[in-house]
Design a protein around this ligand. Structure first.
Ligand code: ASP
Length: 329
């Protein structure tokens, strides 16, 4: 019997359309529905039984907590069924790494969950969506894909949700794992794994979103020279932000004036995690900052640190416990 795969469509360029084959910008993302996406890749039906669901049809720059929560709940429900062997999610590439990491922390199954998308709209000459979707299903049915956490497949690369970063605005080869490398690659439909991921994921996290309707408000502040007014930090805090991720300079540094303002807000219970605007490497905190309660995002980029921090806040406000989450997941 063929494995049964649920494909959940959320929109993005893979479902994008424009009326000429040469143009690969300015198209409408999230224009085609799941049936059209599946009809474009009839080959997958040769090795899997497919059931499709439309979750949303958006440009992923408009991704929301609400859609991410609905998606995770739907996947958790599908994967409890014996007859569903794996899930593939089609997603815009802009925020794919955030949704992938969110699912990596909230899916309670060791069955494969794979995200894929496209850099060129479906109407483009040399569109990449069909091959990416084919590869995603090939990975989803592979025995070795179980218990590896959520994965992304783009341009023949297999990337872990934790490591994957969109590192090019337009190229087909837009995703990489700049810190520790990809998990493997797919060639002519065959899956080759080379690396494993040690950070805990899926069933081995404490995050349970099935009864949540929303997530704590966490925002990101970017560091730059002359960044000392603190207007944005104060405004966000007054507007209900519970925690901030700082995209610090270098190994997680912040202008001292900005840091003093953050410290004042932390005394009023704002939680602050420090990441970096640099793509590769670790953030290092001084003993003094650690003792004050700043949380080190280690090598998680700001947008992924925000995802973990939102989920962490559903469990605790204790900065030491949250720091431990950053070490573990
Ligand atoms: N803006 C598009 C999106 O994220 C880009 C893409 O899918 O490649 O939905």
């Amino acid at each position: 019997m063929k494995p049964k795969i649920a494909i959940l469509a959320t929109g993005g360029t893979i479902a994008g359309v424009i009326d000429d084959a040469i143009t690969t910008t300015g198209y409408k993302a999230g224009a085609l529905n799941i049936e059209v996406l599946l009809d474009a890749v009839p080959q997958i039906k040769e090795f899997a039984t497919i059931v499709g669901y439309q979750i949303s049809n958006i440009d992923s720059s408009n991704m929301s907590n609400e859609i991410q929560l609905n998606l995770a709940k739907k996947i958790n429900k599908l994967l409890t069924k014996d007859e569903i062997d794996a899930v593939v999610v089609t997603h815009g590439t802009d925020t794919m790494e955030e949704t992938a990491y969110f699912l990596n922390l909230t899916i309670k199954s060791d069955k494969p969950v794979i995200l894929t998308g496209a850099m060129r709209p479906s109407t483009a000459m040399s569109a990449d969506g069909s091959k990416n979707l084919y590869n995603a299903v090939a990975l989803a049915i592979n025995e070795k894909s179980k218990n590896k956490g959520v994965m992304i497949v783009m341009n023949d690369r297999i990337l872990s949700a934790r490591a994957a970063v969109k590192t090019h605005t337009l190229n087909l080869d837009a995703f990489s794992s700049p810190n520790f490398g990809d998990l493997g690659y797919i060639l002519d439909g065959k899956v080759y794994f080379y690396n494993t991921i040690e950070k805990l994921h899926t069933k081995n996290t404490p995050f349970d979103i099935d009864h949540l309707e929303d997530l704590p408000k966490v925002d990101i502040l970017y560091t730059y020279s002359n960044d000392g007014s603190g207007v944005a930090a104060k405004a966000l805090f007054e507007n209900g932000t519970q925690a901030l991720v700082i995209a610090g300079s270098g190994s997680g540094n912040i202008h001292e004036n900005q840091k003093n303002i953050l410290k004042e807000l932390m005394k009023k219970n704002l939680i602050v995690a420090i990441s970096s605007r640099i793509q590769v490497g670790e953030v290092i905190l001084s003993k003094e900052d650690e003792d004050f309660g700043f949380i080190c995002a280690q090598n998680l980029n700001p947008q992924k640190a925000r995802i973990l921090l939102m989920l962490a806040l559903t469990k605790t406000k204790n900065s030491k416990i949250i720091q431990n989450f950053f070490q573990t997941y």
